[in-house]
Design a protein around this ligand. Structure first.
Ligand code: ADP
Ligand code: MG
Length: 328
């Protein structure tokens, strides 16, 4: 089974940023209110994600590392309305098959309790040993791809890999304002984002993650029609230094890159006059989870809407209206 994990790892684990994404999703799923991401050497030497979530019990620790062991799906009906981010039970098994992984967790309020399990490449140490830890979980991934030289060769410079991690972190931090976040690289704290869902806290986080220029030229919107809600910020055309990569779209809190969504946004911009301007946005679409399908691809950046036409039209008309009103 460890070999199967290594093969599956190819799908899920491409570089340090994919590890960060999976570990952070698990921390979110565990109901954490605070998530710390720590890296050394762009994540190639060390990635550690620490949370204050539900924790994992002694008996479940080894299970968490085995393939298709997920605590997140109980029944088929539940698959219909998947609300949690991970539900395939593959990430930890895959990551541990291509790294040296340590999992320490405690589901007790007592910080003197806690358990630890380690896996190294295709070998998992069978013993779970006591290891004190505050309530929550720490996953440490060392020496990514140490046993798969072919994959290791595809890693880029420390700066490039860290850039990808920071982008993954940015997306996650923008997806959950109610969670406090920390990002550290080579023992330096780069982001420390307190939780807060009020407008001031949200905008403070946007400024910290996207720079001052974004908000200065952005329009805030919040529209709801027939069970669909769209809220967030769109950059206005005066924003000439718009960065092409500042495009964030979330569906029910999940980061999504979707052609239908991109098309609706592009059309709205083009229609209102902003030729040649690159749309920049941080937008949140909230829909009934039963009208989206999340199980399209293992990395889960794609969604499938049951009624794509309706979603497209809602996005287009909402943005069109907001942009047209703001036109100078
Ligand atoms: P999935 O997230 O798809 O269930 P993973 O391999 O990512 O699969 O995780 C396996 C299981 O380990 C999860 O279902 C969960 O029970 C447990 N787990 C992993 N990370 C955490 C965490 N940070 N806090 C609590 N439980 C966790
Ligand atoms: Mg997961």
């Amino acid at each position: 089974p460890r070999l199967a994990n290594q093969i599956a790892a190819g799908e899920v684990v491409e570089r340090p940023s994919s590890v960060v994404k999976e570990l952070v999703e698990n921390a979110i799923d565990a109901g954490s209110t605070r998530v710390e991401v720590e890296l050394e050497n762009g994540g190639t030497r060390l990635i550690r994600v620490r949370d204050d979530g539900s924790g994992i019990g002694e008996n479940d620790l080894p299970l968490a590392l085995s393939r298709h062991a997920t605590s997140k799906i109980i029944s088929l009906e539940e698959l219909e309305g998947v609300a949690s981010l991970g539900f395939r039970g593959e990430a930890l098994a895959s990551i541990s098959s291509v790294s040296r992984l340590e999992l320490v967790s405690n589901l007790d309020e007592d910080p003197r309790s806690g358990w630890r399990v380690v896996a190294e490449g295709r070998r998992m140490e069978p013993r779970v040993t006591p290891a004190p830890h505050p309530r929550g979980t720490s996953v440490t991934v060392r020496d990514l791809f140490f046993n798969t030289p072919a994959r290791r060769k595809f890693l880029r410079t420390e700066k490039t890999e860290f850039g990808h991690v920071e982008e993954a972190f940015r997306r996650q931090a923008l997806s959950r304002f109610d969670i406090g976040w920390v990002l550290r690289h080579n023992h330096k704290t780069l982001h420390q984002l307190p939780p807060g869902v009020d407008p001031i806290s949200r905008e403070r986080r946007l400024r910290a993650l996207l720079g001052k220029g974004f908000l200065e030229n952005a329009l805030h919107l919040d529209l709801e029609v027939g069970g669909l809600r769209l809220w967030g910020w769109v950059g206005l055309p005066t924003h000439s230094r718009a960065q092409a990569d500042q495009q964030y779209f979330f569906v029910n809190g999940r980061v999504v890159r979707d052609r239908l969504v991109a098309h609706a946004i592009r059309q709205a911009y083009r229609d209102v006059l902003f030729h040649g301007r690159h749309p920049v946005f941080v937008l949140y679409l909230e829909v009934d989870p039963r009208v989206v399908d999340v199980n399209v691809h293992p990395t889960k950046h794609e969604v499938r809407f049951r009624d794509g036409r309706m979603v497209h039209d809602f996005l287009f008309s909402s943005l069109h209206r907001a942009l047209a009103e703001a036109r100078p």
